[in-house]
Design a protein around this ligand. Structure first.
Ligand SMILES: Nc1ncnc2c1ncn2[C@@H]1O[C@H](COP(=O)(O)OP(=O)(O)OP(=O)(O)O)[C@@H](O)[C@H]1O
Length: 581
C-alpha cells in the first residue's frame, strides 16, 4: 500500500510542496477531530473527581468552539490544496500524454490500440484525477486518527496500548493480503474494461456495415457477451474479497471486546481509575473505525495502480525519433525532389517492402500501380514519415526525412486520402487549417480552385456552416473537395494522392478531377493510381507487387512488355469500357 501511495506522490513533481502542506493540514485535522473526545474525557474525569466548576466549564466550552472552528479551517485548506494539486498534476499528465501520442508512429494507432488509448485518456485519467487526491487525503487522515487513538490508549494504560497495537498489526496483515488480491484482480478488471471499450467502439463504428449485412443480432450478442464478462469479473472480485472483509470486521469486533474486557479487569484490580475506564469506553469505539475506512480506500488505490500501469505503458511506447535539426533546402539542383534509396519496411515482423529504389523529379508525376496489398500505400506513408523505414532511406531534395523536424517535413507534403476526414468545425476552419495564417481571400480562392465555393455559398450559413455531427450533411464528393481546398491552401510542393477506387456520381467525379488538377499544378506528385487517364499521364510508373518494384517505365514502355502492367491495363479497359489507342 505504501508503494502505491509513494507512486502517486512521485507523480506530484512540482506540486510536492503543495501536497506536503495539504498533508500537514490533514494531520492537524485528525488531531483536532479527536479533541472533542479528549474534552469529554476531561469533563468526565472532572465530574468524577468533583473538580468541575463554572470557569472550567467555560474554558472547556471555548476550547471546543475553537477546535471546531480550527478544524473547519484546516479542512478547507487541506481540501483546496489537495484537490487543486490533483487537477493541476493531471492536467500536466494529460498534456504529456497528448504530446507523446502525437509523436507515436501511425502503426501504434492502427494496431488495435484505440480501445486502450480511449480508456487511458477517459476512464483511467479521470478516475485518477478525481479520486487520487481525495483518497490520499482520506488515507492520511485515517492513518493519523488511528495513530493518535493508539497513543491515547498507551497514555491510559500501556497494556491497552499493546492490545490495540497487536490488533492493528494483525489487521495490517489481513489488509496486505487483501491488497495483493485486489492488485492482481485490478489489472484483469482494467483489461476487461479495455475489451469492453474496444467492443463498443467497434460496434458503433461498424454500425453501417453491421446493419447492411443484417448482423445486428450477432454483433449485439458479442457486445452483450462483453458486458456479461465485465459483470462476472466484478462479481468474482467481490466474492473473493468478501471473506477477507468479514475477517477484518470480526478482528475489529474482537479487538474492541478485548480492550473493553481488559480495561474492566484493570479497573476491578485497582490499576485503572474509573475516569480512565470511562476514557477507554469513549475511545475504543473510534479506535478501529479509521483503520477500517483506511483499508476501504486502499482498494481504490489498487485500481489506481492498474490505471497508472496502463498510462505508463502508453507513455513507454517508442516515439518516432524527432531530434532532426536539418532543413530541407527550397531548391536542390543536384538531388531529386524525392529519393527512395534501398528502402525496406516491415509492420512488426511482416516484411512488406523490399529494396525499393526510385527518384522523383521536381514537378513530375509518379504513379504507383499494382495488385492489392502490394505495398503502394506503405510507400506513400513512408514518404510522409507516418512510419520510419527499417533500412535504406527516404530523402527530399537530398535531405534524409529523419533528420528534419516533423513539422518542417509536413510543410513539404500534402496528402489527399480516399477516406476524407473533416473536423467538427465550420467549413471555413476546416479549410483554413491547411494554412492557419491564411486570409479570408486566400481561403475563398482555394475553395474556388477546389470547385467547392459555389456549393458552400448555397449552404444557409455559407463558410460558417458546421460540418460533422449535428452540422450540414455533405456528400462524399463535397467533403473530398473541401479536403482538396485545404491542401490547395497549404500549397506544399509535394502531393501524395490516393485516387478514389469507388466511383462517385459523374458530376462530382468531374469536379473532383478539376479540383485535383488545380492542386497538382506545378507540384511533384506521387499518386496511388487507379484511373487509366492518370496512369497514362504519369512521367514514371512503378508496378508494385509483393513489396518489390516488379516493373518501371512510362505507359508506352510498359504496355509493350508482357507482365503485370499489361494485364492490369487490359482488365481496366474491359471494366471501364475504355480502350487504349
Ligand atoms: N498497419 C498495418 N499493420 C500490419 N500490416 C499492414 C498494415 N497496413 C498494411 N499492412 C499490410 O502490408 C501489406 C501492404 O499493404 P498496403 O496497404 O501498402 O498495400 P497496397 O498496395 O496499398 O494495397 P491496396 O491497393 O489494397 O490499398 C499488406 O499485406 C497489408 O496487409
Amino acid at each position: 500500500m505504501l508503494k502505491l501511495f509513494k507512486r502517486i506522490l512521485q507523480l506530484s513533481g512540482k506540486y510536492k510542496g503543495r501536497i506536503g502542506a495539504a498533508s500537514v493540514c490533514s494531520f492537524l485535522e485528525s488531531v483536532l477531530s479527536k479533541m472533542p473526545l479528549f474534552f469529554a474525557f476531561i469533563v468526565l474525569a472532572g465530574f468524577y473527581e468533583n473538580t468541575l466548576n463554572a470557569r472550567r466549564c467555560l474554558y472547556i466550552g471555548l476550547g471546543l468552539l475553537a477546535v471546531v472552528v480550527l478544524q473547519a479551517v484546516v479542512h478547507f485548506l487541506s481540501d483546496r490544496l489537495q484537490s487543486g494539486a490533483g487537477y493541476m498534476m493531471f492536467a500536466d499528465q494529460r498534456m504529456a500524454l497528448g504530446g507523446h501520442l502525437r509523436k507515436l508512429p501511425m502503426g501504434y494507432f492502427t494496431a488495435g490500440n484505440i480501445g486502450k488509448i480511449s480508456s487511458v485518456l477517459s476512464t483511467d485519467m479521470v478516475f485518477i484525477e478525481e479520486v487520487s487526491m481525495s483518497t490520499i487525503a482520506n488515507m492520511m487522515s485515517y492513518l493519523f486518527s488511528s495513530l493518535i487513538l493508539t497513543v491515547f490508549m498507551f497514555v491510559l494504560d500501556w497494556r491497552l496500548g499493546l492490545v490495540a497495537t497487536g490488533i492493528i498489526m494483525l489487521a495490517s496483515l489481513i489488509a496486505g493480503r487483501m491488497n495483493q488480491l485486489s492488485l492482481g484482480e485490478a489489472a484483469q478488471r482494467q483489461e476487461q474494461s479495455e475489451h469492453l471499450t474496444d467492443a463498443v467502439l467497434s460496434f458503433t463504428e461498424g454500425i453501417g456495415v453491421i446493419k447492411s449485412y443484417n448482423l445486428i443480432g450477432e454483433k449485439s450478442q458479442e457486445l452483450s457477451d462483453n458486458f456479461k464478462k465485465s459483470r462476472d469479473t466484478s462479481i468474482t472480485f467481490e466474492k473473493k474479497m468478501t471473506p477477507w472483509t468479514r475477517g477484518l470486521n470480526i478482528l475489529y469486533a474482537f479487538g474492541i471486546a478485548s480492550i473493553f474486557g481488559l480495561s474492566i479487569s484493570l479497573q476491578q484490580n485497582g490499576v485503572l481509575s474509573l475516569p480512565y475506564l470511562l476514557g477507554v469506553l469513549l475511545f475504543v469505539f473510534d479506535l478501529f473505525g479509521p483503520l477500517k475506512a483506511l483499508y476501504g480506500e486502499a482498494t481504490r488505490l489498487t485500481v489506481m495502480d492498474a490505471a497508472l500501469d496502463r498510462i505508463e505503458s502508453v507513455l513507454k511506447e517508442e516515439e518516432l525519433p524527432a531530434t532532426g535539426k536539418k532543413h530541407i533546402p527550397a531548391v536542390s539542383p543536384n538531388a531529386p525532389e524525392v529519393c527512395f534509396n534501398h528502402v525496406t519496411f516491415a509492420y512488426q515482423d511482416k516484411e512488406v517492402l523490399n529494396d525499393i529504389c526510385f527518384n522523383l523529379k521536381e514537378n513530375s508525376m509518379l504513379a504507383l500501380v499494382g495488385p492489392s496489398g502490394g505495398g503502394k500505400s506503405t510507400i506513400a506513408n513512408l514518404l510522409a514519415r507516418l512510419w520510419d523505414v527499417k533500412s535504406g532511406s527516404v530523402a527530399i531534395r537530398g535531405t534524409d526525412i529523419r533528420d528534419v523536424p516533423l513539422g518542417e517535413l509536413m510543410e513539404q507534403i500534402s496528402m489527399v486520402f480516399q477516406r476524407v476526414y473533416l473536423f467538427q468545425d465550420t467549413i471555413y476552419n476546416n479549410i483554413s487549417m491547411g494554412k492557419p495564417d491564411a486570409t479570408e481571400e486566400d481561403v475563398f480562392k482555394a475553395a474556388k480552385k477546389a470547385r467547392c465555393y459555389d456549393f458552400i455559398m448555397n449552404l444557409p450559413e455559407g463558410f460558417q456552416t458546421m460540418v460533422g455531427e449535428g452540422g450540414a450533411t455533405l456528400s462524399g464528393g463535397e467533403k473530398q473537395r473541401i479536403s482538396i481546398a485545404r491542401c490547395i491552401l497549404k500549397d506544399a510542393p509535394i502531393v501524395i494522392l490516393d485516387e478514389a477506387t469507388a466511383s462517385v456520381d459523374t458530376d462530382n467525379e468531374s469536379y473532383i478531377q478539376e479540383a485535383i488538377s488545380e492542386l497538382v499544378k506545378g507540384k511533384t506528385l506521387l499518386v496511388i493510381a487507379h484511373r487509366l487517364n492518370t496512369i497514362r499521364e504519369a512521367n514514371q510508373i512503378l508496378v508494385i507487387s509483393d513489396g518489390r518494384i516488379s516493373q518501371s517505365g512510362t505507359h508506352n514502355e510498359l504496355i509493350e512488355q508482357a507482365g503485370i502492367y499489361r494485364d492490369f491495363v487490359s482488365i481496366r479497359e474491359k471494366t471501364s469500357g475504355w480502350s487504349l489507342s
